[in-house]
Design a binder for this molecule. Structure first.
Ligand code: B1M
Length: 209
């Protein structure tokens, strides 16, 4: 017997033991992998909504993301076998000169939770490395994070490098404590997101277009 509603609840609560148990039960019960994935994503979507509304905070998001990750590890072989692919691919990193990665990691986790394939380049990432990874992985979206006012110019350089490389279909989204929509517009980024949950909405919006 499988219970997808309970699986969604387990993700919402970040109960990884329950989430993996229910994922295994669903797999053993031959539930369509797509439906299992949908139950997991619904749980993470709810986490995103509550995080945006300041009803929960970073630790709860990390705990839910860990439950999601462990369930996904069980599900991934089945998804691959069934030919179910992630919605799209994103490359993410903290820009050159900047070593802050907590916010960037949150965005990466939320994107993964939304069934987006994420290539995480880490911190202190040069514009050239972003371009090379976007090309290599055929990324629909590139996410740049910066926490320092002194590294904000590296976002501009990276946006310019992506455009100069001819990656006109690749959307660039930016975020981080000192970043604003005004700055995003000024440097020609395709979008700005104030938090990790909104970054999911933004990626879905930009990549559905
Ligand atoms: Co640093 N640091 N730090 N730091 N640090 C800040 C950012 C600072 C504001 C502290 C202060 O002075 N009050 C200040 C920056 C000042 C400025 O530029 N205006 C600062 C400084 C000055 C520095 C150093 C220069 C200090 C020094 O050495 N003299 C140095 C720089 C090192 C470097 O990067 N080259 C430095 C170092 C460090 C540590 C290594 C000690 C550590 C980082 C550890 C790590 O990341 N692994 C650290 C930390 C922890 C902080 C604070 C305290 C917390 C940052 C954080 O993780 N917040 C920070 C002060 C503060 O913010 N209160 C500070 C939690 C995280 C969840 O939030 O990253 O904003 P945040 O992410 C949010 C949103 O911004 C958004 O989503 C997340 C939430 O949902 N978001 C995105 C982030 N990226 C996004 C990308 C998106 C979309 C949304 O799309 C792609």
């Amino acid at each position: 017997m499988s219970d997808l509603a309970a699986l969604t609840e387990a993700i919402k609560k970040g109960n990884r033991a329950e989430a993996t148990k229910l994922t295994k039960a669903a797999i053993d019960g031959n539930v369509n992998p797509k439906d299992i994935l949908s139950a997991l994503v619904t749980g993470m979507d709810d986490v995103g909504v509550r995080f945006k509304a300041n009803q929960i905070f970073v630790p709860e998001v990390l705990i839910a993301a860990r439950a999601m990750k462990e369930s996904m590890a069980l599900l991934e072989p089945l998804l691959a076998k069934a030919g179910i692919k992630p919605a799209f691919t994103a490359v993410i990193g903290t820009v050159q000169g900047d070593l802050h990665d907590i916010g960037k990691n949150l965005v990466a986790m939320m994107w993964k939770g939304a069934n987006i394939q994420v290539v995480d380049l880490g911190t202190n990432v040069s514009p050239e490395k972003f371009v090379a990874a976007a090309k290599e992985h055929n990324a629909q979206i590139v996410g740049l994070s910066a926490l320092l006012t002194t590294t904000m110019p590296a976002m501009k350089t990276t946006v310019e490098a992506i455009k100069a490389a001819g990656l006109t279909q690749t959307k660039v989204v930016i975020g981080g404590a000192p970043i604003t929509q005004e700055f995003a517009t000024q440097i020609g980024a395709d979008g700005y997101s104030p938090d990790a949950a909104s970054a999911v909405d933004l990626a879905r919006k930009l990549c559905a277009a």
